[in-house]
Design a protein around this ligand. Structure first.
Ligand SMILES: [Zn+2]
Length: 368
């Protein structure tokens, strides 16, 4: 095969140009260039101001923050270092070129009145299981965090965890396998509904538990006495029915204790069951009621009687959800409860014809 002279020349030219290209590339990539750092001459092959400085042993450093008495030293919270490239302030990542002049001033220490305080970290709550009864499986413990702050501005400059909090573990469970249910009525007493409900329950000879609200107990002392005389359980549903899983210890303790004392004063008996408002429970609340000797009951059947428009919708929802060991949530207070009152005879009849016996919370809890 004959390669023409013309083609040979073109190939040679391409080879030479490629070689020159590679040379230029490596020269520009690894070329050493002269620069000045703080008025001293250096030769460097680095590309950025920061790399060039580090290469010759000038590491840009931030100053420290010191308290006036020098007792507290917070590393790296002082002034930032300042770097100039050809007279203008630049960042470490700025690119240098042949003849660049770099000046650097290290970050200075700052002095302030620094205060420190130690705060508590609230433990998380882990809720296991799904049954209607709740027990504290493992109490939690708070952690500690130390904060450093500037006295005048209050600015927090540093936080460090001293100890981690240990989460509270609450366990939901204890489902009675027998064909039993418990009826519970919340948010009362409230007339005329509470008395109507008591009378219907009595006429069917059915037990029930009333989770009363302390402020309502104050309003209806005679009704509480009537409920008690008819043999019903009167239990604690807090003082004001506000959400307690986002409140601090003092509020939580007060909500439990004041309501407890009111019930005890009116009935002569200490309540033993606690149901948190809205069913909202956290470790702090769970531990507080448990410490006072309470057991905690939520519910497993919620026919939404407080917003139901018909008796039938209450019955339908209840019969769909009911299982052996169920706790049914109903309301004698908190609003107009005519529909609940009207539904109650049918609630009892439907449960009984489905083979359920209606028992107290204690019986449901015991026979498991
Ligand atoms: Zn309630």
């Amino acid at each position: 095969m004959i390669i023409s002279k013309k083609k040979m020349i073109i190939r040679l030219l391409v080879a030479v140009i490629t070689l020159i290209g590679i040379e230029v590339f490596f020269y520009s990539a690894y070329a050493k260039i002269p620069i000045k750092i703080n008025n001293e001459n250096y030769i460097t092959k680095e590309k950025t101001v920061g790399d060039a400085l580090r290469k010759v042993g000038f590491k840009p450093e931030t100053g420290n923050l010191l308290s006036h008495d020098g007792e507290i030293v917070l590393n790296g919270l002082g002034e930032e270092p300042t770097i100039y490239l050809d007279g203008s302030r630049v960042k470490e990542s700025s690119l240098i070129s042949r003849g660049s002049r770099i000046e650097m001033v290290q970050g200075r220490n700052l002095r302030e009145v620094i205060k420190e305080r130690t705060l508590e970290i609230t433990p998380r709550t882990i809720i296991e299981g799904s049954g209607p009864f709740v027990v504290v499986k493992r109490p939690g413990s708070p952690g500690e965090i130390r904060e450093y702050y500037l006295e005048d501005s209050g600015l927090i400059v540093k936080k460090e965890i001293v100890s981690k909090p240990k989460p509270t573990i609450l366990k939901r469970g204890k489902i009675n396998p027998k064909r039993m249910v418990a009826l519970t009525f919340d948010d009362g007493p409230l007339l005329p509904y509470t008395k109507q409900i008591v009378d219907i329950l009595k006429s069917y000879d059915v037990p029930a538990t009333f989770f009363v609200v302390g402020t309502q107990v104050q309003k209806y002392p005679a009704t509480i006495k009537y409920m008690k005389d008819q043999g019903f359980d009167i239990e604690n549903h807090s003082l004001t029915h506000s959400r307690l899983d986002d409140k601090d210890q003092a509020v939580v303790e007060n909500e439990i204790q004041v309501s407890h004392d009111l019930i005890l004063a009116k009935t002569g008996e200490s309540p033993r069951w606690f149901r948190p408002p809205f069913g909202r429970l956290n470790g702090l609340l769970g531990e507080a009621v448990t410490r006072r000797g309470y057991s905690i009951a939520l519910w497993s059947v919620d026919p939404m009687d407080w917003q139901a428009e018909s008796v039938d919708s209450i019955i339908q929802t209840m019969m769909l959800q009911v299982r052996p060991g169920a706790i049914v949530l109903l309301h004698d207070g908190g609003g107009n409860r005519q529909v609940t009152v009207a539904a109650l005879p049918k609630i009892i009849e439907h449960l009984r014809s489905a083979g359920y016996s209606i028992v107290t919370l204690d019986q449901l809890y015991k026979y498991r």
